[in-house]
Design a protein around this ligand. Structure first.
Ligand code: CA
Length: 361
């Protein structure tokens, strides 16, 4: 009897405890607030790029009614700018804001989620990531690091870069030390240049001191803020190496999974909003700053000759072949990327390209 009673009481107790948990849990979770750290690859409160990270944190705070507060750290404040991937991976920060090609050393396939030379523009990248297989593949590439990433900004078509001399052919790249990240760096290396990956905060000084001879950065507005016109006079276009660079927000997967579902959606929504915000900002202001650079600071605007672009395109194909033949994941990602790009380009010929041509008649 005693044993039976005990079992009955125990069962009731468990049931009662279970009920109590079931009733209490939602209100406990609903009230629980979280404090996260976001480490970024940008100097503190860096215009546009860092601003995008700051805004993302602000929007999450507003949408969540203060339940998720994100403290944004500039590069170097908590960890060095290019140390953010490892910091989030190992959990010393919950999220990061950077660009996927900075992590080529971790996995070459990361680069396809930032920029591919002669690759897709912002609109096409969004289409691939949000509606094609882009996000799925991105998740797959970051999974071994315990990370998950998503678009949180886009620069649009970048400029080709700042040079101290005219660049007329591939031969002019010989011996040139240029700051240029990702696959674009490998392309100019084929032409005999040395590609250097320096974080944003170091480029101006490197260029001024001659540590590098040339640099690319983003586009007229941001390049103006960086002051490159003071140390280099030739400003080349187009940014063949970065046709629509995706900025990313990545999270520690375990920490993200521990958030209630509504906060997860809020984070994703804020990232998507900053993706649109950043691209819009650049698009809105770039041309005024280009005009300012030319008229006030006497910057010499130059277009890369078609013959050079053709050569760089050949080198790009070689670089992509090198990477995809050595790294399985890169092949998997690039196969899908290039298939998507081909399709998008066919559509562009009867949409954007035809429209731009018509508008310029
Ligand atoms: Ca760039």
């Amino acid at each position: 009897m005693k044993r039976r009673e005990f079992l009955k009481n125990a069962a009731l107790g468990t049931a009662a405890a279970g009920t109590a948990t079931a009733i209490k849990a939602p209100s406990v979770f609903a009230k629980r607030s979280y404090r996260w750290r976001m480490v970024t690859a940008w100097p503190p409160h860096f215009p546009v790029l860092g601003e995008g990270a700051d805004l993302l944190a602000k929007w999450v705070d507003q949408m969540s009614g203060g339940r998720l507060k994100i403290h944004v750290y500039g590069g170097g404040e908590l960890v060095p700018p290019l140390g953010i991937f490892d910091a989030v991976r190992h959990g010393s920060a919950e999220m990061g804001h950077g660009a996927a090609y900075y992590w080529a050393g971790k996995s070459p396939a990361t680069q396809f989620f930032a920029a591919v030379p002669f690759g897709m523009n912002a609109q096409q990248m969004n289409a691939w990531i949000y509606y094609g297989n882009g996000q799925k593949l991105w998740d797959e590439v970051y999974a071994p690091f315990g990370l998950q990433s998503m678009p949180a900004g886009n620069t649009g078509v970048q400029m080709g870069g700042w040079f101290n001399k005219e660049i007329n052919s591939a031969a002019d790249y010989k011996g040139l030390k240029m700051r240029i990240p990702g696959l674009g760096g490998k392309v100019i290396a084929k032409a005999g240049a040395t590609a250097i990956l320096a974080p944003g905060g170091e480029i101006y000084t490197d260029l001024e001191r001659g540590v590098i001879d040339a640099t690319e950065w983003v586009g007229p507005y941001h390049d103006y803020l960086m002051g490159f016109y003071k140390v280099a006079k030739f400003y080349y276009y187009p940014g063949w190496h970065e046709p629509g660079t995706v900025l990313e927000m990545f999270v520690n997967k375990k920490k993200f999974a521990a958030l209630p579902k509504d906060l997860q959606e809020i984070v994703k929504t804020a990232a998507a909003r900053s993706n649109v915000w950043m691209l819009s900002k650049f698009e809105a202001v770039n041309n005024s700053y280009l005009k300012l650079l030319i008229s006030k600071y006497h910057v010499k605007l130059r277009k890369f000759p078609d013959s050079l672009l053709k050569q760089l395109k050949i080198y790009s194909k070689e670089v992509l072949l090198d990477i995809t033949s050595k790294d399985k994941m890169s092949k998997k990602v690039y196969d899908d990327y290039s298939k998507f790009q081909k399709n998008a380009m066919q559509w562009a010929k009867v949409s954007e390209i035809a429209l731009y041509n018509a508008e310029n008649l």
